[in-house]
Write a protein that binds this ligand. Structure first.
Ligand code: AMP
Ligand code: MG
Length: 601
């Protein structure tokens, strides 16, 4: 039996990135750019107005206000798409529409709402003049030439997956086509004498072929072009014929006929065509899996077409598709991120896994109160396709784990999330809690030093019930606060301090955006009410009871030993505590969508 990872590695070793093709940008959605795209133009091409209003010289509005209008002579009008016919000289203005080029001489635009134009119009007044009701600064409501894109800049890098926004950027550059890695053609073949087409009425002993459709839809979803070959019968002749048709494709996916049943002759036919391997993969559903390469002569050249033989059971074929065919298709398309995005969720049902294989349980994931929960979607037989239809995730129950109990954290692959969504930067966070005098701060100090030694950029957060030492009487920051300022920020070349008056106790969720995402680890002291992972420091002299209830804790750091199932770490063994944090929170952080943001670039 081989592991899921070994099987995937083997599959991927046979697939290559396909060649690029030039095509209309609108056909490129989801494809990988195969060229660096530079701009040959400035965008916007000219300074222009961001508002409907009056283009003028900021100087001419000095002292203007609601009750002290500055009157300017209107010398013209310019609409988007045309060039101004006049220039703005001192004491004049030009009526301008959003997107219209800024006239020579003007350096600001005042919106209609900040002029007396409305009044003039309703009272049938003179429109050859305009009253400006606000003082404009230079550049007000002006979009600078090249502020978005400057001519000569590298705008989109090779390897970028094109989303609607990139297609918009290509259009704005005036590029009707782009060079992208082509989409793979994936031939799909269902096998079995029991199968009939979906347009046929059921006959005794027969079932509709659903695999061809589910697999074709999967292929499309991940960017490939499905080519359904139809249904192959359980005979060498029928299968040989069908498989021959599939050899023009970039990949062949069959379903059924790979288990030990009597009619399972797919393997014999495949062996005729090339190399074929049969694997027992350590997973459930989906144990029997065939993989090989089929050879076809094209003139003198031999072409190799990878073949993936999925199990026939509808759920098994979909789950194995997700684990093996999906990454292969993405690789052919030139994508770099092949891992299915995963989250950590609390499982709401017990799941038993008796035979030691990695179990992919179909679950429905919901998010409640900032936490993901996964509940199993009913009976899990590998023929029960509706369990897949009800699911938006696959909970991954590790091999040899005997299963999980309701309430435990599990990793869940999110079926409907795009792979790129997995590429979010996440920031691991752990809080050290404990009774007063338990030694929290000492442990914090030790951990900070230990993680610095390991090369981490660490942020430490402290929850304080009382006052704050940093706001020291006599200091400038204190004096500003005394004077009534609601927030004081002190910035120096090497430090930043920010003191802000609050009307409530901030949650971690509110604090994290202020801290930012530039750190490798956040260690918090206190914050016991928050939902972040917590480690409690326990000191013998303070009693055997804990501050937090055991189900809130990830571990306990103690001088002795406590009668509990939670992981216990020894007080003083900072390396072990840091190892625990590293293993459980840092290395898993990539899959925990907590305080996440998309990485730049
Ligand atoms: P096999 O792997 O060929 O032994 O098939 C295992 C189970 O999956 C059998 O119950 C088949 O009837 C079922 N099955 C195989 N192929 C399909 C298909 N294309 N659509 C629906 N069920 C299928
Ligand atoms: Mg069969």
């Amino acid at each position: 039996m081989i592991s899921v990872e070994e099987a995937l590695e083997k599959v991927l070793s046979y697939v290559e990135v396909l060649e690029p093709e030039q095509k209309p940008i609108l056909d490129c959605l989801g494809q990988v750019l195969a060229e660096d795209v530079y701009s040959t133009i400035d965008i916007p091409p000219l300074d222009n107005s961001a508002m409907d209003g009056y283009a003028l010289r900021a100087k001419d509005t000095r002292g203007a206000g609601e009750s002290s209008p500055r009157y300017l002579v209107v010398v013209g009008e310019v609409a988007a798409g045309s060039m101004p016919a006049q220039e703005v000289r001192p004491g004049t203005a030009i009526r301008i529409m959003t997107g219209a080029p800024l006239p020579e001489g003007a350096d600001a635009v005042v919106r209609f709402e900040d002029t007396d134009e409305g009044n003039r119009k309703s009272s049938g007044g003179d429109l050859s003049q305009i009253g400006i009701l606000c003082q404009a600064s230079k550049g007000l409501n002006v979009r600078d030439r090249g502020e978005d894109i400057a001519s000569g800049d590298l705008i989109l890098k090779k390897g970028k997956v094109l989303r609607p926004q990139e297609i918009g950027v290509l259009a704005s550059l005036g590029r009707p086509t782009a060079l992208v890695i082509r989409r793979p053609i994936v031939a799909i073949l269902a096998t079995g004498d029991e199968l009939i087409g979906i347009d046929q009425p059921l006959a005794p002993g027969k079932i509709h072929d659903s695999n061809n459709y589910a697999i074709a839809a999967e292929v499309s979803r991940y960017g490939g072009i499905p080519k359904i070959l139809g249904i192959g019968r359980d005979s060498v002749r029928s299968l040989t014929e069908k498989i021959d048709e599939g050899l023009d494709a970039d990949m062949l996916i069959t379903s059924g006929g790979v288990s030990k049943g009597d009619y399972d002759i797919v393997k014999d036919v495949l062996a005729e065509h090339g190399e074929v391997g049969f694997w027992t993969v350590c997973m459930k559903p989906g144990k029997p899996l065939a993989f090989g390469v089929m050879k076809k002569m094209e003139g003198r050249r031999e072409r190799k077409v990878p073949h993936l033989g999925l199990p026939g059971n509808p759920v098994s074929s979909m789950v194995t598709f997700e684990q093996f065919a999906r990454p292969a298709i993405l690789r052919m398309m030139g994508k770099k991120i092949l891992a299915k995005p995963a989250i950590r969720a609390i499982i709401e049902d017990d799941v038993v896994d008796t035979d030691g294989r990695r179990l992919f349980a179909r679950v429905s994931v919901t998010k409640r109160g900032g936490q993901y929960y996964a509940s199993v979607t009913g009976p899990q037989g590998s023929g029960i396709l509706t369990s897949m239809a009800k699911a938006n995730g696959l909970a991954v129950i590790p091999e040899n784990s005997k299963g999980v109990k309701a309430g435990e954290l599990v990793e869940v692959q999110m079926l409907d999330w795009g792979e790129e969504q997995g590429e979010v930067k996440t920031l691991p966070i752990v809080s050290i809690v404990g009774k007063s005098q338990s030694g929290k701060t000492v442990l914090m100090e030790q951990l900070i030093a230990e993680f610095k030694r390991r090369g981490y950029k660490v942020a430490a957060l402290k929850h304080s019930r009382g006052g704050m030492e940093i706001d020291r009487p006599g200091k400038d920051s204190w004096r500003f606060t005394q004077a009534g300022s609601d927030a004081v920020l002190v910035s120096s070349p090497d430090k930043l301090a920010f003191i802000k008056n609050l009307n409530h106790d901030l949650s971690i969720e509110e604090i994290m955006p202020i801290v930012g995402l530039e750190f490798d680890l956040v260690l918090a002291e206190g914050f016991r009410k928050s939902k972040i992972p917590k480690i409690e420091v326990h000191k013998k002299g303070l009693g055997d009871d804990l501050l937090c209830s055991p189900d809130e804790l990830s571990a306990i750091v103690t001088e002795g030993s406590l009668d509990t199932d939670i992981t216990q770490l020894t007080w003083g063994d900072t390396v072990a505590v840091a190892d625990f944090i590293e293993k459980n929170f840092v290395s898993k952080a990539r899959t925990v969508p907590f305080y996440s943001t998309r990485e730049k670039g």
